[in-house]
Design a protein. Sequence first.
Length: 295
Amino acid sequence: MTLLDRIAGAPITWGVDGSPGWGYLMDPERVLAEMRQIGLSATELGPDGYLPRDTHELQAMLEGFGLGLVGGFVPAVLYRTELVSESLQYIDRAAATLASTGAPVMVLGPDSHHSGYDIAVELTDAEWDTFLESLGRTMEIASGYGLRTALHPHWGMAVVRQDHVERVLEQSSVELCIDTGHLALAGADPVAIARAATGRVAHVHLKDLDEGLAERVRSGDLAFRQAVIDGLFLPLGDGSVDVGGFVTELETQGYGGWYVIEQDVVLDSEPEPGEGPIVAAERSYAYLEALASGL
């Protein structure tokens, strides 16, 4: 498939997040219709329960909009021994749902035991051991359903910095979901991560970044969610992330997976028709169209 055949969306691009009090959630039918309207051919699952849990109902809904399902973000705490069992049970349920609809990838969020995304986590060596062991069990569960596990470094979670990613690559065989925005927010270079993970990138989330807001988040001056409200994540090509260089690097490597336009926003109400998140998503898709024409 060409690059443009591998562009998907994510409900969070339309403000749909499972965090308590995140913001107004648009109706799934409108979100899926707008994804299809701008040219996307697939979606991620979104937070647990946003799209139908029943497999047949979910498949019917997606088929009705001409969309496939490419994966789902599954946050799980894997470094606290008292939480691992419950997390693995959730991973098993999520993997079953994803596999039943033909999704190829489970995007694993290495979650923190803190709520929200504003408290940095630094694992002890013992917690790293627990995490890596639990990660191996997660991969076994996903593999049993025919899924690849793509670990997603994420701001406010247990794995986000470049040294965290390098440790995971060195001490496990897990593949990655590279999120350009979260890595850049943590001070990492997504292009360098792509090179370090050659052959081990299973999925991609594309974001661009307002560097001024990013610096305030890094310094602790601005909470992550407030930064998102203020416009932390920008349409592709409008910010400080080398999105073009990153995509070019992966395509040169022969990456054949999905690129998900995944730019967190927070809504306070229902947008007027033709307005709201679709505007930024359409700009991002147009950027990728232009990029694809030059590859």
